[in-house]
Design a binder for this molecule. Structure first.
Ligand code: TRP
Length: 370
């Protein structure tokens, strides 16, 4: 992928400190503006921007005219931060932020260590247990781990200043060839002996995720990669009882990818399967992730699709329209990748949600493709 660097003069840094902002200043500014979009108050915004800057560690102080110190694949331009707005029919969207705490470290092993330290710090601060993570440390954070990530964490920014925490781990940490075995063993240790057999076929597992913190029903989530999937085949991926219909999934994939007969042969579609109750052998949640940035010429097109999907699901697109200019001064049609993924999420007991993943683009913008 080719990228154009973001020019220092274009970035909206801290007005009290003109010049080139740091990664921390830049992303904190974005997050503060997104908090407003998501109807969080100024106290929460202050708390959460501080949490973000702290979680990024020393990397937060790095000026943006220097290249990122690591090559994280959390985002295409290697910004170690990504935002998402998760929409529901009734009320403002939930704002989340995904980040790599170890982004400034040298090597994956140290990266994982910094990630663990950050999560343990959060568990002390907000009083949640890390038992699940501790049980799996040797599987996902071994000595001499392999790529492409060690540990990411996502914070769901609720009103009140205490986020819900999710941790993302790498099934290939002990080697890509052992990823399936690693996922199976991890599910086993958490009591989900039957879960692995319930997953749809695919080409490997990019992530294994855990809910930590104050969740009503914490989930264990397994991601499956589906390279070259025809949009029509998206209908067959859910294994959740009483989950989304095949027609609804097909329609979502076709709209997000821009054509009903598209084969998604660029970045792969991901499916995510959530397990909550060890007594059940089927997932209680299903999410379909479409990497819209590889199937749109520019973000104007990706935005139109997102707005259409939100409308169809009875959700107000206004916060999304306000979110884009709170992240960047560029016009949507002048780049692609600001909208990274569109996802349709079903979890038993909740209405379906539509999630839009938004890039920080702190370092570079991918030019439009036509
Ligand atoms: N950038 C990575 C990817 O595209 C990881 C990632 C970031 C991701 N945000 C995501 C994956 C949202 C799925 C959904 O795969």
């Amino acid at each position: 992928m080719e990228f154009l660097p973001v020019l220092a003069g274009e970035v909206t840094g801290n007005p009290e400190r003109p010049g080139v902002p740091t990664l921390g200043e830049y992303t904190a500014g974005q997050l503060r503006r997104l908090c407003e979009v998501a109807s969080l108050d100024a106290d929460d915004a202050r708390t959460y921007t501080d949490v973000l800057v702290e979680a990024l560690g020393p990397e937060a102080g790095r000026r943006l005219d220097l290249p990122p110190s690591g090559r994280t694949f959390l985002s295409d331009d290697h910004t170690p931060v990504e935002y998402s707005l998760s929409f529901r029919p009734d009320g403002p969207p939930d704002l989340r932020v995904l980040l790599e705490p170890g982004c400034g470290t040298d090597g994956l092993e140290e990266n994982g260590r910094a990630g663990l330290d950050a999560v343990h710090g959060m568990s002390r601060r907000w009083g949640f247990s890390t038992t699940w993570l501790d049980k799996l440390e040797d599987l996902f954070l071994p000595q001499a781990p392999q790529g492409p990530l060690a540990l990411w964490c996502a914070l769901e920014l609720r009103p009140g200043g205490v986020p819900r925490v999710k941790v993302y781990l790498n099934p290939a940490a002990r080697g890509a060839g052992r990823a399936a075995e690693t996922v199976r063993e991890a599910l086993d240790r958490l009591g989900h002996q039957w879960a692995y057999a319930a997953l749809p076929p695919g080409d490997g597992h990019p992530f294994f995720a855990l809910d930590l913190g104050d969740w009503e029903r914490p989930r264990v989530k397994v991601y499956v990669r589906h390279p070259g999937l025809p949009a029509t085949a998206a209908g067959d991926l859910s294994r959740m009882p009483a989950g989304p219909t095949a027609a609804a999934l097909r329609e979502f994939a076709a709209t997000a990818a821009g054509s009903p007969d598209a084969r998604l042969s660029g970045l792969p579609v991901l499916s995510c399967h959530a397990f909550t109750d060890p007594a059940e052998d089927r997932p209680s949640g299903f999410t379909l992730h479409i990497p819209v940035r590889d199937y749109a010429r520019h973000d104007g097109e990706a935005l139109d699709r997102a707005v259409a999907l939100l409308g169809r699901h009875g959700m107000d697109p206004a916060p999304l329209l306000r979110a884009l200019p709170s992240l960047t001064g560029r016009r949507p049609q002048d780049g692609v990748g600001l909208i990274a993924y569109l996802a349709l999420a079903h979890q038993r007991g909740w209405p379906p949600r539509l999630t839009v993943y938004l890039s920080a683009e702190a370092y570079a913008v991918r030019p439009p493709s036509g």
